[in-house]
Design a protein around this ligand. Structure first.
Ligand code: AMP
Length: 492
């Protein structure tokens, strides 16, 4: 049975499958190769996913949800018609649609998938992605990092050893990964990024500028007019995309609003250099992660043989110029930036399914893992860019006589202070045998699996007894919740 590869993107999602030794993008039921990551609920309660949902966004903005990926792994809830949805549920609806499209294409049931995530995703974001798959009725056999996936698509047929830097700027996230590839081995040396930076931010800048210009001209503030703002957002993205090809574009939105004298229209020109000025600081935010990845891999720009661009936003000339300036190289644009990640996921799926042999993928954990110690400091157990799977061990004891439980707080991030890192989970070690304080020796092992997801086990060394660990993950879904939601999605 086939395993599919899915790029679950902020703006668009793509599903691919290996046919023979070639990854193939599966066309959606609507005939497109990418599926907008948009979910809509029509006024009659019907659920729309993809192109159809995007089409109704202007007429029905309150019932249209997009850029869901930005909220994965957070406690954010969407609300439509007085019903709340977690980001996992909405993502599951997108995955379910892709699954159905793949089943129609392949003529067989699809039950297993490899899903990609930004390399810089935290444990909570990875777990949320996996849970979305489960809710959609898919067994997520592997979570793979997007730049690593793109590297697979780039390098499957390359024999010569080379160091590549993958620069991935999509709709909502930015990743940079440095890999050494060749002879079937793909080894990530370092990765860095920004989970909250992507083409959406460029659109928002342009949209706000449109709104400002409109207000200057007409005195009408559109901020609370959701259909008008949705039209501005769509026009902003369209203008941005056009300015990758043209140096000037015109934005014409008739009947955007109305004033005392009747209907009001928007008619504006935007030049590429104006766009670049509006977004200069966004562009600057791409520099630090790139430098960090280079320094973490102990390489200089001159050591990089190839810079591979992926993600739709890398089509912007300003981005390609920045890459040239930063890395002193002409970027390689031979991969389709919208499809490379899904294709790599299909290759990884085929490796797991043993359809492709002789390929070894070694990835890293993007963030350091540590536990809180006295004074709110973090003691690091696993450093960033450690090859996964990996393990870290730490021994804990009690502070009071007869104490039977200990709380451990686990963080991900690079700061020495717990407060500046991301709380991954609170582990409660319970059932510790009653002993004098300091006597129990509880060894806790933290494992980061191949998906970049953290697991913990604990053993009391004196008694050899496995300790129970209760994980209080502030934002994740419980297994019961996942099962309940999965039944709901399947029944829809
Ligand atoms: P992805 O997540 O890789 O599908 O990337 C989607 C993002 O790429 C969106 O923000 C798009 O607006 C953006 N994008 C796609 N094509 C272009 C283009 N030609 N110029 C600028 N941005 C683009």
């Amino acid at each position: 049975m086939k395993i599919v590869g899915i790029d679950l993107g902020t703006t668009n999602s793509v599903i691919a499958v290996m046919e023979g030794q070639e990854p193939t993008v599966i066309t959606t039921a609507e005939g497109t190769r990418t599926c907008p990551s948009v979910v809509g609920f029509s006024r009659t309660g019907e659920r729309l996913v993809g192109v159809m949902a995007r089409r109704q966004a202007i007429a029905n903005p309150e019932r249209t949800l997009s850029s869901v990926k930005r909220h994965m792994g957070t406690g954010f809830l969407f609300e439509v018609d007085n019903r709340q949805y977690t980001p996992q549920e909405i993502s599951a609806l997108i995955l379910q649609k892709l699954k159905a499209d793949a089943e129609a294409f392949l003529g067989e049931k699809v039950q297993k998938a490899v899903i990609t995530v930004p390399a810089y995703f935290t444990d909570a974001q990875r777990q949320a992605t996996k849970d979305a798959g489960t809710i959609a009725g898919l067994e997520v056999v592997r979570i793979i990092n997007e730049p690593t996936s793109a590297a697979l698509a780039y390098g499957l047929d390359k024999d010569v050893m080379q160091k590549i830097l993958v620069w991935d700027l999509g709709g909502g996230t930015f990743d940079v990964s440095i890999l050494e590839i060749g002879d079937g081995v793909f080894e990530t040396l370092a990765t860095c990024g920004d989970n909250r930076l992507g083409g959406d931010d460029w659109d928002e800048r342009v949209m706000n500028w449109f709104a400002e210009q409109f207000q200057k001209e007409t005195g009408v503030n559109l901020e609370r007019d959701r259909p008008a703002m949705q039209r501005l957002k769509d026009a902003a993205e369209k203008a941005k995309v056009e300015l990758s090809r043209l140096s000037q574009t015109n934005i014409n939105l008739p009947f955007l609003s109305s004033g005392k004298e009747g209907p009001l229209h928007l008619d504006l020109d935007l030049s590429r250099s104006q766009l670049e000025r509006l977004c200069a600081d966004l562009l600057n935010r791409l520099i630090a992660p790139t430098k960090q990845a280079l320094s973490d891999s102990r390489l200089s720009a001159a050591d990089i043989d190839r810079v591979v661009l992926v993600g739709g936003s890398t089509r912007m000339p300003s981005i390609q110029e920045l890459v040239r300036n930063l890395l002193g190289k002409e970027p390689y644009t031979g991969l389709n930036p919208d499809e490379a990640v899904a294709m790599g996921a299909a290759i990884q799926a085929a490796i797991l399914n043993e359809e492709v042999v002789g390929v070894l993928l070694l990835d890293v954990t993007p963030l350091s893992l540590g536990i809180e110690t006295l004074g709110g400091r973090v003691s690091k157990m696993i450093g960033r860019n450690t090859t996964i799977p990996t393990q870290g061990k730490e021994t804990f004891t009690t502070a009071r006589d007869g104490q039977t439980s200990v709380e451990i707080k686990v963080y991900q991030g690079e700061s020495e202070l717990a407060a500046y890192n991301k709380l991954l989970a609170t582990f409660q070690l319970t059932g510790i045998p009653r002993m004098r304080r300091g006597e129990p020796r509880i060894e806790v092992t933290f494992d980061i699996d191949v998906n970049g997801i953290v697991h913990a086990t604990a053993i009391e060394q004196n008694t050899g007894k496995q300790q129970q660990i209760i994980i209080n993950n502030a934002i994740g879904l419980s297994l019961d919740e996942i099962e309940r939601l999965s039944k709901q999605v399947a029944g829809s």
